[in-house]
Write a protein that binds this ligand. Structure first.
Ligand code: SAM
Length: 220
């Protein structure tokens, strides 16, 4: 339960020197903030791919399962140790319940990308309230995302894909990216190829359903 992990009372109380010691060391002012959040990051494959694609951006995975979080921590530490070029210092992971504590970790407008990749489907109607994308939670995501920030969602469950898309379409603070924008975004292809879950779906020849939306500046 939640009592087993610490919960910061506000974003200013998160000790990021524990997560990004080398970055903080090099940048005394601690001026950098986390910009990408991978929600329900699982085994961390996306973070690892993004780390070298955006070496100057700080990113964090949020994961509920204790053992999985510990595994991702170890995986990142091992990569840092074996990298001769000082790579992987910009990624970290935290154990938390993202459905409850996003505003404890991020300030208003702090994030430029949020990822919700292959989230648990919670099929039964009475469990829909447990889905990580909902109208209510999108209010929180719109709060922590900056104007122009992007929310990436993907699933192999068609019904969940339609649900996530519908929630985003009807939310006043999000608009869909155009096909041209999707084609130009190098992150889009990683949603499947870099995640453990995406790789599993690809191995089994499964279909995926994406909804990728921009946080707009003002509701029209
Ligand atoms: N995104 C990863 C991928 O694509 O490989 C993992 C997908 S996995 C099916 C869903 C993950 O979300 C699980 O690791 C689960 O523990 C995590 N999760 C579920 N609910 C969560 C919550 N409320 N907060 C944080 N993580 C959560």
């Amino acid at each position: 339960s939640d009592s087993h992990f610490p919960i910061p009372i506000a974003p200013s109380h998160v000790d990021f020197s524990l997560h990004f010691p080398k970055v903080i060391e090099a940048d005394n002012k601690i001026s950098k903030k986390i910009e990408f959040a991978d929600i329900g990051c699982g085994f961390g494959g996306l973070l690892i791919s993004l780390s070298t694609l955006f070496p100057d951006t700080l990113m964090i995975g949020m994961e509920l399962r204790d053992k999985v979080t510990e595994y991702v921590k170890e995986r990142i530490l091992a990569l840092r140790k074996t990298s001769s070029e000082g790579q992987y210092e910009n990624i970290s992971v935290v154990r938390t319940n993202s459905m409850k504590y996003i505003p404890n970790y991020f300030e208003k407008g702090q994030l430029s990308k949020m990822f919700f990749l292959f989230p648990d489907p919670h099929f039964k109607e009475k469990n829909h309230r447990r889905r990580v994308i909902s109208t209510h939670l999108l209010d929180e995501y719109a709060y922590v995302l900056r104007a122009g920030g992007i929310i990436y969602t993907i699933t192999d469950v068609e019904e969940l894909g339609e649900w996530m898309k519908a929630c985003l379409e009807k939310h006043p603070m999000f608009e869909s990216l155009t096909q041209e924008e999707l084609d130009l975004d190098p992150v889009v292809e990683l949603l499947c190829s870099a995640t453990e879950e995406g790789q599993k779906v690809a191995r089994n020849g499964g279909q995926t359903f994406r909804a990728i939306f921009r946080r707009i500046a003002y509701a029209s």
